[in-house]
Design a protein around this ligand. Structure first.
Ligand code: URA
Length: 298
C-alpha cells in the first residue's frame, strides 16, 4: 500500500503521471461489485444491514466462509435448511432483462438520431456509469464505408467522438493512404462508452451493446464494413478466431435482407504498439481500395 501522505508533491505528481500513462485514470474500488445482483435485492429496512460496496461479492462468487465459531464445534445439522437464493440466476435474469430492453430499444429506433437518444437513455450497461459521455459516431451517415472499432479511449470519452486520440490519428493516415477521409466514412464502436482504464469490454458488455451497433449498421446501410480489432470483428461476425487469423479475409455480414462485405483489420492502437504489423495493415487497406475501385466507389 502506498502512503501518499509521506510523499512530497513532485513524487506524488510523478506517481499519478505514471498511473495515468499505464491507463489507470479512474478511481475504482478494489473488489468487483455485482451491480446486477444489487439492483435485484429487495430494499433492506435497517440501514446498518445495507451491503457495503467493498465487501460485496463478485458475480457468481461463492458465499464468504462463516466467521469462526467462538464455542466448541456443534454436531452437524441433520434437517435440511431452506435453499439459499443464489445470486447467479438473479444476475443472469437482470442481464437478460437489460438485453431484452436493448433489443427492443434498438430495433424500434427509426433513424440514427433516435438511436443515439435511446442509447444515451439506456441504463442497462454498467460502462455508462464510469464513462464521461456517450461516444456515438463520427463521419458521414450516408457513407458507403462504415468503420467499427472497439470502444472509446480517454480522448474519445473527453471529446465525445470516436477515434480522436493517437489511434484515431493513425486511422486518419491509413484512410488518407487510400484516398479516404471522414467525409467518406462513418465511424462507430461496438461499445459506445469507455471501458475504465481502456480495458477490453467484457463479453457481457459487448452482448448488451450489440443490438445498438447492429441497428446502427442497419440504419447507415453501408456497402463495406471495416472491423478494427478482435472485439469488433468477433462480436459482429460471431467468430471466435483471433484477429490475426480473421484479418484480411472478407466475410459476409448479414443485415436484414442485405449482405454487407466486411473486412476485419488490425486495430490502429495495436499498430502503434507493434509497428512491424503495419505491412499487414497496408495489405488489408489495399484489398479495401481494390474492392472500392471495383464497385465504382471513389
Ligand atoms: N479505439 C477504439 O476502438 N475506438 C475509439 O473510438 C478510439 C480508440
Amino acid at each position: 500500500m502506498i502512503d501518499a501522505g509521506a510523499m512530497d508533491r513532485e513524487t506524488l505528481a510523478a506517481l499519478l503521471r505514471w498511473y495515468s500513462d499505464m491507463g489507470v485514470d479512474c478511481a475504482l474500488g478494489e473488489t468487483p461489485v455485482d451491480r446486477f445482483a444489487l439492483s435485484l435485492r429487495p430494499p433492506t429496512p435497517a440501514p446498518e444491514a445495507l451491503p457495503s460496496e467493498a465487501s460485496d461479492s463478485a458475480p457468481f462468487e461463492p458465499a464468504p466462509p462463516p466467521a469462526p465459531a467462538a464455542s466448541p464445534p456443534r454436531a452437524p445439522v441433520v434437517s435440511p435448511s431452506p435453499p439459499r437464493p443464489s445470486l447467479a440466476p438473479a444476475a443472469a435474469l437482470s442481464h437478460d432483462s437489460a438485453a431484452a430492453s436493448a433489443r427492443e430499444q434498438a430495433a424500434t429506433a427509426q433513424n440514427l438520431e433516435e438511436l443515439r437518444e435511446r442509447l444515451a437513455a439506456f441504463d442497462g450497461c454498467a460502462l455508462k456509469n464510469s464513462a464521461t459521455q456517450l461516444v456515438f459516431a463520427d463521419g458521414a451517415p450516408d457513407a458507403r464505408i462504415m468503420i467499427v472499432g472497439e470502444g472509446p479511449g480517454a480522448d474519445e470519452d473527453r471529446i465525445g467522438r470516436p477515434f480522436v486520440g493517437r489511434a484515431g490519428q493513425l486511422l486518419d493516415k491509413m484512410l488518407a493512404a487510400i484516398g479516404l477521409d471522414r467525409t467518406k466514412v462513418y465511424i462507430a464502436n461496438v461499445v459506445p462508452w469507455r471501458p475504465p482504464g481502456n480495458r477490453t469490454p467484457t463479453p457481457q458488455e459487448l452482448a448488451l451493446c450489440l443490438p445498438f451497433i447492429r441497428r446502427q449498421i442497419e440504419l447507415v446501410a453501408p456497402d463495406f464494413l471495416v472491423l478494427l480489432g478482435a472485439s469488433a470483428a468477433q462480436t459482429l461476425l460471431g467468430e471466435k478466431e483471433g484477429i490475426m487469423r480473421l484479418r484480411g479475409h472478407w466475410r459476409d455480414y448479414h443485415c436484414g435482407d442485405k449482405i454487407i462485405r466486411a473486412l476485419p483489420m488490425l486495430h490502429p492502437a495495436y499498430l502503434l504498439r507493434a509497428p512491424m504489423k503495419k505491412a499487414q495493415a497496408w495489405r488489408d487497406l489495399r484489398a479495401l481500395k481494390h474492392a472500392l475501385d471495383k464497385t465504382g466507389h471513389s
